[in-house]
Design a protein around this ligand. Structure first.
Ligand code: NAD
Length: 288
């Protein structure tokens, strides 16, 4: 049994914390929302983020973005200073690479950036994928807990490497989704049925996860959000956030990303036109 602090009990953090409690760990939880704290039965409620970290061997954060993580870890009454010296801080939020690297350097404790993919369903089922940056010994120590909340954990490299992997992966996902949507709309114009394009491309070089698991038109993949009027799933607003992190990281390196930047532009427009709460595969409607 590990002593765990868990900070940030939203759509993702709550089911992750619940899975740790279910596995028999001693979990102390904090969120700005008292209702979120109350929704983790079996956990010990804390009055502040620092209080959740006081006795912890591991402190997880699952917060919206870099500023909130920085504030929770290093702000007044912050987690890093409160946690025991040998505690491992594990940030599972999706944040920018630069902040992740800075936190690793500044927090004075072992720090891992460990963003996830798999969404709320993966968090509930305990099947998340963790992509981790930081020290190998800290990774080995926390791996059994990642195994409670997820199915796969990959140490990608030094501090920031987990966030880098997440940004790169989601940029590929956004681009393949847009071009898959464009292919289906082109097929419609050319009189080719959705099913025929799917049958060919899923067995050919056009194959991708966006096609075979998350097909953006209804029919070929019964479980895809297209079949439930694009209820998320993975909301377009979150995809826009992740694309912003990828393009921002590229710009900081002086790198131009023709397709990544275009994907950002397309999702920005989709969100501005009211699609923020729609699944990101709903971009097919805008293409059409
Ligand atoms: P959410 O908005 O549902 O939850 C965030 C929680 O953090 C809220 O309960 C909020 O009250 C709390 N919070 C904010 N600031 C705080 C602070 N300073 N101290 C304590 N609590 C604070 O967000 P979410 O969907 O759970 O996402 C969390 C992170 O996971 C984000 O970085 C997101 O990009 C990433 N992510 C989300 C998904 C998804 O499908 N929702 C998938 C992969 C990754």
């Amino acid at each position: 049994m590990a002593r765990i602090g868990f900070i940030g009990l939203g759509n993702m953090g709550a089911p992750m914390a619940r899975n740790l409690v279910k596995a028999g760990h001693a979990v102390t939880v904090f969120d700005l929302s008292p209702a979120a704290i109350a929704a983790i039965p079996g956990a010990t409620p804390a009055e502040s983020a620092a209080a959740a970290a006081l006795q912890a061997e591991f402190v997880f954060t699952m917060l919206p973005a870099g500023p909130q993580v920085r504030d929770a870890l290093l702000g007044s009454g912050g987690v890093a200073a409160a946690a025991p010296e040998d505690a491992v801080l594990v940030d599972c939020s999706t944040i920018d690479v630069a902040t992740a690297r800075a936190l690793a350097a500044e927090c004075g404790r072992a720090f891992l950036d460990a963003p996830v993919s798999g969404g709320v369903m993966g968090a509930e089922a305990g099947t998340l994928t963790f992509m981790v940056g930081g020290d190998a010994a800290a990774f080995a120590a926390v791996e059994p807990l990642l195994g409670v909340m997820g199915r796969t954990a990959i140490l990608c490299g030094a501090a920031g490497a987990g966030q880098a992997a997440k940004a790169c992966n989601n940029m590929m996902l956004a681009a393949t989704m847009i071009v898959t949507a464009e292919a289906f709309v082109l097929a419609e114009k050319l009189g080719l049925s959705h099913q025929a394009l799917f049958d060919v491309a899923s067995k050919s070089s056009g194959q991708s996860w966006s096609l075979t698991t998350y097909c953006p038109v209804p029919g070929p993949v019964p479980g895809s959000p297209a079949n439930r009027d694009y209820a998320p799933g993975f909301a377009a607003s979150l995809m826009l956030k992740d694309l912003g992190l990828a393009v921002g990281a590229a710009q900081a390196e002086g790198l131009e990303l023709a397709v990544g930047e275009k994907a950002l532009e397309i999702y920005r427009r989709f969100v501005e036109e009211g699609g923020g709460g729609v699944d990101f595969s709903g971009v097919v409607r805008m293409v059409r």
